[in-house]
Design a protein around this ligand. Sequence first.
Ligand code: FMN
Length: 299
Amino acid sequence: MNKKTMQNARRLFMTGISFITSNGPSGQNVMAAEWTMQISYKPMLIAVFIHEGSSTLKNIKKTKQFGVNVASEKQSTLVSIAGGYSRKEIDKLSVRNSFVVSESKKTKIPLITGCLVNAECKLFTIKKIGDHTMVVGRVTSIRYDETKKPLAYQRNRYFRIGSMIEPIRDRVAVNKNMFNFFHKQSKNKFILKCAAVLVRSKNKMLVVNSIEQNFVSIIPYTQPKRNQDYKKSLENHLQNTKLNITLEEEPRLRRLIVKNRDKIQRIDFILFEGKLKNSSGIYFWKSIKTDTLLKSLIK
Ligand SMILES: Cc1cc2nc3c(=O)[nH]c(=O)nc-3n(C[C@H](O)[C@H](O)[C@H](O)COP(=O)(O)O)c2cc1C
């Protein structure tokens, strides 16, 4: 592989920056580490990848503890200090007008003021991987400040996080019965995830009456359980309702917000096109033109 391509490509990964703090044979210290991430909920574990030869790694190996302080957008100069010099060169934490530190009473690890998160970690495991050492810490104490905004890092430059990207969903107004049907199905989940089949005949679509709610006729529809194959779940559902429909291989995803007055429900439809064979199940043909949901599903 071309060396230049590899160098260019690796600059494109986007990360945040954390200050890794420690206190040991190298003295009190802080380094910048973009390769820091949470890797387990229970126990809460954080991994940091640190190069051999750093004063930080020497401290951690000896004391088996360290701090992870997630940098905020106002701390880019501090990152330059923490990442630009080694403890062997200067005591970075004592540079004038730079770090404001509070020391953990128990562990004596310096914690940096002005960060989003300050976590104290006990060494959980350590392993040399490639040219870095993976240091995994179990969080023993943590505090956070939600008013602080994170610092982003890409192409060796610092960035502020911009505006949130709204998920792309079409909004569809449906009648009260239809809305209640979906809302009940969602069991108050933020997004209702379902599999359904579109069987068309000219301007009409095959629909069935829902068992749960008599006044609602919808395309054959099921909610697969977590980790269940969507196509197989739908095929089982069709078999149970005696609808003999063959499903095409490649489904489509339609992400909708169905609404009725001021109420909304987010729905993700995995939609299979289907062909009706001779069927003993009960179904109807509904005009696509007059049904807002059908119109939106076939878009
Ligand atoms: C933005 C930035 C991100 C960095 N990320 C890492 C990292 O993830 N792992 C690492 O080993 N070094 C990283 N470094 C380099 C160290 O912070 C640097 O080698 C530092 O001098 C080590 O300090 P120490 O010897 O006092 O421990 C980064 C540097 C900068 C400027």
